[in-house]
Design a protein around this ligand. Structure first.
Ligand SMILES: [Zn+2]
Length: 211
């Protein structure tokens, strides 16, 4: 293993589902890379949990993206805690994973959220990949122009988002050709020697935004 290789983490929000999540995991397997999935608790069903378990078996990481995908600064502390606890419990019981990281819906963050959510907050470099008018090529271009060593790449595996699946056929081979190793978020922090700190939002393990 070459420890001087630049590192990046592919991440996917808003699943799991039995269509796009499966297509993404198949792409990851095809290229022999891993990624991290940030799940919405209310999307975890028996069927979608099975797809997420498959991702876990491939070496992917399963993380928390709230229960209901609400803008959480508007919630009470009790509601915030319930959003996190429900999804963590559902991931543990139905997928068999231990979530380590939280991605706030809409990257909407408040001091109160840091006080009440005991997980590191993850953002990432995005490509507006929830907009139909952004083509697969444009999604790939945006990611590939913003990526640096230590980047977390924020994409979406919501149902029907085939443009992001297609963008992976550009993004993954290009990153590999640039020498990148694609790893999970946990592995990115570990390999960078960075301990995630509460009260910060990470888009790159080497650079944080303080709130
Ligand atoms: Zn989301």
């Amino acid at each position: 293993m070459d420890n001087n290789k630049p590192l990046a983490a592919l991440t996917f929000d808003d699943g799991p589902n039995i269509f796009t999540t499966r297509q993404v995991t198949e792409k990851l397997a095809q290229y022999g890379v891993t990624a991290s999935f940030f799940l919405v608790g209310d999307n975890i069903t028996e069927e979608s949990a099975a797809v997420a378990r498959g991702a876990l078996e491939q070496g992917c990481e399963i993380n928390n993206h709230s229960r209901t995908h609400s803008a959480m600064p508007q919630l009470t502390p009790e509601e915030m805690k319930a959003e996190i606890a429900y999804t963590n419990e559902r991931i543990k019981s139905m997928i068999g994973a231990e979530p380590r990281f939280f991605r706030p819906p809409y990257i909407a963050v408040s001091g109160e959220m840091f006080d009440n959510i005991d997980m590191p907050f993850i953002a990432g470099i995005g490509a507006e990949d929830w907009l139909d008018e952004v083509s697969a090529e444009q999604r790939a271009e945006r990611v590939l122009s913003d990526v640096h060593d230590g980047s977390i790449i924020l994409l979406h595996d919501m149902t029907g988002n085939y443009r992001t699946v297609n963008a992976l056929d550009i993004i993954i081979p290009e990153l590999i050709s640039r020498g990148y190793e694609l790893v999970t978020v946990s592995e990115l922090f570990r390999r960078a020697g960075v301990e995630p700190v509460r009260g910060r939002v990470y888009s790159n393990v080497y650079q944080t935004t303080d709130f």
